[in-house]
Design a binder for this molecule. Sequence first.
Ligand SMILES: Nc1ncnc2c1ncn2[C@@H]1O[C@H](COP(=O)(O)OP(=O)(O)OP(=O)(O)O)[C@@H](O)[C@H]1O
Length: 253
Amino acid sequence: MEAKTKISARSLNLYYGENHALKDISLDLYEHKITAFIGPSGCGKSTFLKTLNRMNDLVAGVKIDGTVLLDEEDIYDPQVDTTLLRKKIGMVFQQPNPFPMSIYDNVAYGPRIHGAKNKARLDEIVESSLRGAALWDEVSDRLRKPALGLSGGQQQRLCIARALAVEPEVLLMDEPTSALDPISTLKIEDLMDDLKSRYTVAIVTHNMQQAARIADYTAFFLVGEVVEYAATDELFTVPRDKRTEDYITGRFG
Ligand SMILES: Nc1ncnc2c1ncn2[C@@H]1O[C@H](COP(=O)(O)OP(=O)(O)OP(=O)(O)O)[C@@H](O)[C@H]1O
């Protein structure tokens, strides 16, 4: 059965001043699937990821045209509340960035901003989010300790828990393991496989093996364009475009 489209970008162009960083991108993300964006440095992967929850709105001098639909609603409609949009479409960054507060308060932060006050309810959200991020067993006895005392890999899973706590529908991950050691990386890759049963996931990665291991679909970006977008197996075994083939066989980038 064809997977359901969750996010649909259509003829998306983005300019940083004179720099035409995304060129006419049309690409769908499917519900409960992991989609990876690969390509050489500077080709627009992160920029594209950030257009999906309007993080680029925060950059001065950006111009965007085209559409991005979330469940068929245009996220660039001026009526859209970007705080609510980013609650639905959460993001995890390259460097783990826990807030300088306790583990508990990191996870409770988003729900509190969105109005959750009840202690028992917050306890529940914190536990289920930490479980969802495969971190609960490691931190359940030290929830009141500073988050910055955790290892890098634990901090990144905490950031995932923090993103899950506001009950998103989509998770955007910008090179979430590039600052981590191989064991922490594997833990996050295993975790992503669990996450996709509940969320739609998009991940930017420099690491082609990682894309091949975890992603259902992969898009290959080159200087602001999507050269090829296909099921991951297909893209890595029978690339249709010579440029994709050159990239995945290590001939450039
Ligand atoms: N905030 C910004 N202001 C101006 N130009 C930017 C900004 N962010 C990115 N760019 C430019 O947009 C282009 C795409 O950058 P982007 O970071 O999206 O690429 P990338 O594929 O994610 O690269 P990397 O793999 O190195 O992170 C580059 O030319 C970059 O210099």
